[in-house]
Design a protein around this ligand. Structure first.
Ligand code: MG
Length: 432
C-alpha cells in the first residue's frame, strides 16, 4: 500500500459516493500518509472531506450516520500487525459497505472510470474534532446511567494502544466508573501487545484483574469495533460467551426479541436467547451480513464470536464502546459477570482444517450435504449438520485452498470425534 494507491482509491470512492465524505483513522504509523493521499483523491473528484482524526471505526460510523454526508472512509487494519493497513468505505447510513457496492468501487478503480472535478469544483478539507464527544454522548443515551452510577463499578481496560484509547477511558469517566488503564495511548507500533484481543494478548489484563478489586476487564482491538471481556475472577470470556450474556439480557427485557448471529456461532447463544424468551436467526459469516439481516428482519442485537457486538438501538455496526457500556448496565443490574456466564450452558468445541483445491470445493459441499447420515442439514454458509447434542460445520475458506471443520458438543470427545470423522469424509471427497 502506497500513497499513489490511496489517491486512486480515494478517486474511486469519491466517484462512487458523489458527495461529502468523512475520513478517520485508527492509530497506525502509516495513517497520516494514507489519509491525506486518500483525501486528495476524494477532493480531486469533487468531494468535500471532513477529517475526524484518530477515532475508533464505530465512532466514524456514528458520525457518518448523523452527519448528512454521502459516506465515510476509515483507514485501519483492525486487529492486524503494525505493518498492515487498509482503506475501508462506510455507507451513508454508517454501516459497512455492502459487497456489491465495494465491487462497484473496485470496478471504478480498475477501469479508472473516475469523474475528475475541474479547479472550480475541487473538494475542500476541514478538520472536525467533535466526533468522539458526540459518539460518547450517543452511547450514554442508550444505557441506564443511574443504575451504573449507583453500582460504583471498577473496571480494568486495555486499549491495546489502539483508537479506543481516546474513547473508552472518557466513557467510563462520564459514567462514574472507576478504572485503571493499560496501553491507553495511541501508538501504531503496538508496544503493549499485538492488537487482536485473543488470550495470548490479554495476559497483562488477566493478571491485573486477578490481583483483585475489579468488576471486570475489557480489551479492544486496534480500531475499537471489538470488545472482549475478562470476568471478575480473571477468566477470559470468549466472544460467544459475552454475546450470549448480552443477548440473554436484551431478550429478557421484552419477549419475542430477535437476535442474529452467524451459522458457525456456538449454540450457547441460541440457548441464552431462548432462556429469555427470544428468537434466533442464523446468517452467513461476516458482520456486514449480520447487520443487514438485523435491519431487514428487525433484529435487536447481533454479533459474532470475535467480540464484535451490534446493538440495533444505537447503530447497525460492531461497536466496542457500546459493548462496554451495555456490560456495565448488565453487571450493575444483574450481578457478577462470572455468575451470568455460569448460568448459560457451555459447549466443547473442536476446530480442524484440511486442504482442498478451489475447483473441488463446490462439489465436495454438495456431496457432504447429500450424505448427512439423517441429521438436519443447514447450507446457509458451507454445510452444517446437526447431531444429537451438537453439530459440525464444514466451510470453505474464502482466502485459502482449505476447508475449515468446526464441531461443537456437550462432550469434548464427541466434538473431537465428529470433527475428525468429517475431516476424513472431506479428504475422501476431495480425492473423488
Ligand atoms: Mg476491528
Amino acid at each position: 500500500m502506497d500513497c499513489e494507491f490511496a489517491i486512486r482509491l480515494g478517486m474511486a470512492i469519491g466517484t462512487f459516493m458523489k458527495g461529502p465524505v468523512m475520513i478517520g483513522t485508527d492509530a497506525r504509523t502509516s495513517n497520516d500518509m494514507l489519509k491525506l493521499a486518500c483525501a486528495s483523491g476524494l477532493m480531486a473528484v469533487g468531494c468535500n472531506v471532513t477529517d475526524c482524526g484518530i477515532v475508533p471505526t464505530p465512532t466514524l460510523q456514528y458520525a457518518v450516520k448523523n452527519g448528512k454526508v454521502a459516506g465515510g472512509v476509515v483507514i485501519t487494519a483492525s486487529h492486524n500487525p503494525p505493518e498492515f493497513n487498509g482503506i475501508k468505505a462506510i455507507d451513508k447510513d454508517g454501516t459497512e459497505m455492502a459487497r456489491e457496492n465495494e465491487e462497484e468501487i473496485e470496478r471504478i478503480y480498475h477501469e479508472r472510470a473516475f469523474t475528475p472535478a475541474d479547479w472550480s469544483r475541487a473538494g475542500r478539507l476541514v478538520v472536525n474534532t467533535t466526533s468522539i464527544d458526540r459518539y460518547i454522548g450517543g452511547v450514554i443515551s442508550k444505557v441506564d446511567v443511574a443504575s451504573i452510577r449507583r453500582a460504583r463499578l471498577r473496571v480494568a481496560v486495555d486499549c491495546g494502544n489502539g483508537a479506543s484509547s481516546l474513547v473508552t477511558p472518557k466513557l467510563l469517566e462520564r459514567l462514574g466508573v472507576q478504572y485503571v488503564t493499560l496501553n491507553a495511548d495511541p501508538n501504531g507500533a503496538f508496544p503493549g501487545h499485538n492488537s487482536e484481543p485473543v488470550p495470548e494478548n490479554t495476559k497483562d489484563l488477566v493478571e491485573l484483574v486477578k490481583a483483585g478489586g475489579f468488576d471486570f476487564g475489557v480489551v479492544h482491538d486496534g480500531d475499537g469495533d471489538r470488545t472482549v471481556f475478562v470476568d471478575e475472577t480473571g477468566r477470559y470470556l470468549y466472544g460467544d460467551r459475552s454475546l450470549a450474556i448480552v443477548a440473554n439480557y436484551i431478550c429478557s427485557q421484552k419477549p419475542g426479541r430477535l437476535v442474529v448471529t452467524n451459522v458457525a456461532s456456538s449454540s450457547c447463544i441460541e440457548d441464552a436467547v431462548k432462556m429469555a424468551g427470544g428468537r434466533i436467526m442464523y446468517t452467513k459469516v461476516g458482520s456486514p451480513t449480520i447487520a443487514r439481516a438485523m435491519m431487514q428482519h428487525g433484529g435487536i442485537f447481533g454479533g459474532e464470536e470475535n467480540g464484535g457486538l451490534i446493538f440495533a438501538e444505537f447503530q447497525y455496526c460492531r461497536d466496542g464502546a457500546m459493548a462496554v457500556a451495555k456490560m456495565l448496565e448488565i453487571v450493575a443490574t444483574k450481578g457478577k459477570l462470572s455468575g451470568l456466564n455460569d448460568r448459560i450452558p457451555a459447549y466443547c468445541q473442536c476446530k480442524k482444517k484440511t486442504a482442498c483445491p478451489e475447483e473441488r470445493k463446490q462439489d465436495v459441499m454438495k456431496e457432504l450435504a447429500k450424505d448427512a447420515s439423517g441429521g438436519r442439514v443447514d447450507t446457509t454458509d458451507g454445510v452444517k449438520i446437526y447431531f444429537e447434542d451438537g453439530w459440525v460445520i464444514v466451510r470453505p475458506s474464502g482466502t485459502e485452498p482449505i476447508f475449515r471443520i468446526f464441531s461443537e458438543s456437550k462432550s469434548a470427545e464427541r466434538a473431537e470425534r465428529v470433527a475428525e470423522e468429517y475431516k476424513k469424509r472431506v479428504e475422501k471427497l476431495v480425492k473423488g
